[in-house]
Design a protein around this ligand. Structure first.
Ligand code: THU
Length: 160
């Protein structure tokens, strides 16, 4: 028997001003996109912003449905829009923010398992990492340099 210990590396920032100006801009856009979320059931508004290597910025918000599983998270709305419109561009970073209607969110919103798997898919497609930044309404900002930290022992195309 052997134990394997996997290290997950994150960087945290106390304020948005500690981040480079392009990431600050993405946070502003993701936060402002939250107003376009369609979240009548959860009242949990999520905004995502993606930066491509061609300079384009793509926004996404969560879209819910009365048939609950038919809805989609903000991250995947943004990801699928990005790769549909710019299939040859590389995704450099994705920013995720949320504001629930009832209580504030002082911990960072983390992408759900399906969104992590989707981010990992495009990392393997483009053969380069996607930086993931996430925060709540207040509190620290987290950065992961790749989906590796969020999804160790990932299932990807190398296994097919
Ligand atoms: N949601 C996202 O859009 N992104 C996440 O990373 C987590 C959850 C959405 C899905 C649903 O519309 C609402 O937040 C509550 O789960």
């Amino acid at each position: 028997m052997e134990e394997i210990i996997i290290t997950n590396r994150f960087f945290t920032y106390d304020t948005i001003e500690e981040l480079p100006s392009n990431i600050q801009n993405l946070f502003k856009k993701a936060t402002s996109a939250q107003k376009n979320a369609y979240a009548p059931y959860s009242k949990f508004r999520v905004g995502a912003a993606i930066e491509l290597d061609n300079g384009e910025i793509i926004l996404g918000t969560n879209q819910e449905n009365a048939a609950f599983p038919s809805g989609l998270c903000a991250e995947r709305v943004a990801l699928y829009q990005a790769v549909s419109n710019f299939p040859d561009a590389k995704i450099v970073s994705i920013i995720i923010t949320a504001s629930p209607e009832s209580t504030g969110l002082s911990v960072p919103i983390t992408p759900c398992g399906s969104c992590r798997q989707s981010i990992a898919e495009y990392e393997s497609k483009q053969d380069s990492p996607i930086a993931i930044y996430f925060k709540g309404e207040s509190g620290k900002i987290y950065k992961s340099a790749s989906s590796n930290n969020l999804l160790p022992l990932i299932f990807n195309k190398k296994l097919l």
